[in-house]
Design a protein around this ligand. Structure first.
Ligand code: PBG
Length: 330
């Protein structure tokens, strides 16, 4: 029997009839081991500090960070990406706290390592913006511009102190030219051949980083447009990708995720290394805010965003929902 003439000749709805059927034919599955938890640890606080623009996310104390790492292991999350938030008076033009072996990030790496050892992949943000008083990702020249090559020297030092602290993976995120190569050399020359590099390959200058700047107490005035990419560009990402691979990236990342799924798909098609995507603070905040107003089904929306990112080609997803999503997916 046909409904009208000879149509429909084919019935794709047959494969959507029951939850079991839909589960069976699903092409994309998000697994806890796909997820990486970004986490902030703040120096000199005795209780976690909520981040207003990221409901449910906090600046951790050293102690609560350890607990979060344990929770990540227990829920089967793949890794943790650590961001240090130093005391305000420790910020300076060179971002000195970022290369202090006793700086907050290095201390946090050691804490997490001693707590969970190798059961969780420990990653660290390798960038100066958390530590500079001007808030830029690099050091400035006499005219106040971000000085690429002088910044690379700082990144080389950061790579060494983070690796000395025991990190498994460093994530250079400052978008300086040559950063992956310099970090690779620095690691190799200091006996850290086994430390991997997750390169922020395609990192766009995005309005969606807004809540993160609160999360790390950034004092940035102005923008990062001379080093982060223009949202209008695609080919530029493929060029950055080629350079990062040539310089020794072990894994590559696209960031933000949601508004850049086309870039993610292209990058994933082009390479044979693991591809990560960073679902950033603003992507998190949008869903949380709409859900709080009752305008969206929060849990379904979260899973849908993660599925979309995976479907576009990400093997790994950095998401502030990592632990919660891992629980829901088990
Ligand atoms: C740079 C860095 C940023 C983020 C991760 N690493 C901020 C920026 O580039 O402005 C943003 C992450 C997020 O928004 O969730 N250290």
């Amino acid at each position: 029997m046909t409904a009208y003439g000879s149509f429909p000749g084919s019935r794709p709805r047959r494969l959507r009839t029951t939850p079991a059927m839909r589960r069976m034919v699903a092409e994309t599955r998000v697994h806890p081991a796909d997820l990486i938890l970004p986490a902030f640890v703040r120096e000199g606080i005795s209780a976690p500090v909520p981040i207003e623009a990221m409901p449910g996310v906090v600046q951790h104390t050293r102690d609560t960070l350890r607990k979060a790492a344990v929770e990540a292991v227990e829920t089967g999350v793949a890794g943790i990406m650590l961001f240090g938030v130093p005391e305000d008076e420790k910020k300076d033009g060179a971002g000195t706290a970022g290369t202090d072996p006793d700086g907050i990030l290095q201390v946090a790496i050691r804490d997490v390592k001693s707590e969970v050892g190798d059961d969780l992949v420990i990653m660290s943000d390798l960038c100066l913006d958390e530590y500079t008083d001007h808030g830029h990702c690099g050091v400035l020249d006499a005219d106040g511009r971000v000085d690429n090559d002088a910044t690379l020297e700082r990144y080389a030092e950061m790579a060494q102190v983070q690796a000395d602290a025991g990190v498994h993976v460093v994530g250079p995120s400052g978008m300086m030219d040559g950063q992956v190569g310099v970090v690779r050399d620095a690691l190799d020359q200091t006996g850290h051949e086994d430390v991997s590099i997750l390169a922020y390959t395609a990192k766009y200058s995005s309005a969606f980083y807004g809540p993160f700047r609160e999360a790390v107490g950034s004092s940035l005035k102005g923008d990062r447009k001379t080093y982060q990419q223009d949202p209008a560009n695609v080919r530029e990402s493929l060029r950055e990708l080629a350079l990062d691979l040539e310089e020794g990236a072990d894994m590559v990342m696209v960031k933000p995720a949601g508004p850049y799924l086309d870039i993610l798909a292209k990058v994933a098609d082009a390479v044979d290394v693991p591809v990560a995507a960073y679902q950033i603070s603003g992507e998190y905040a949008m869903v949380e805010a709409a859900a709080e107003k009752g305008w969206i089904d929060r849990d379904k929306a979260i899973l849908e965003t993660l599925t979309g990112i995976k479907r576009a080609g990400a093997g790994l997803i950095l998401t502030y929902w990592a632990i919660e999503a891992a629980r829901a997916l088990r």
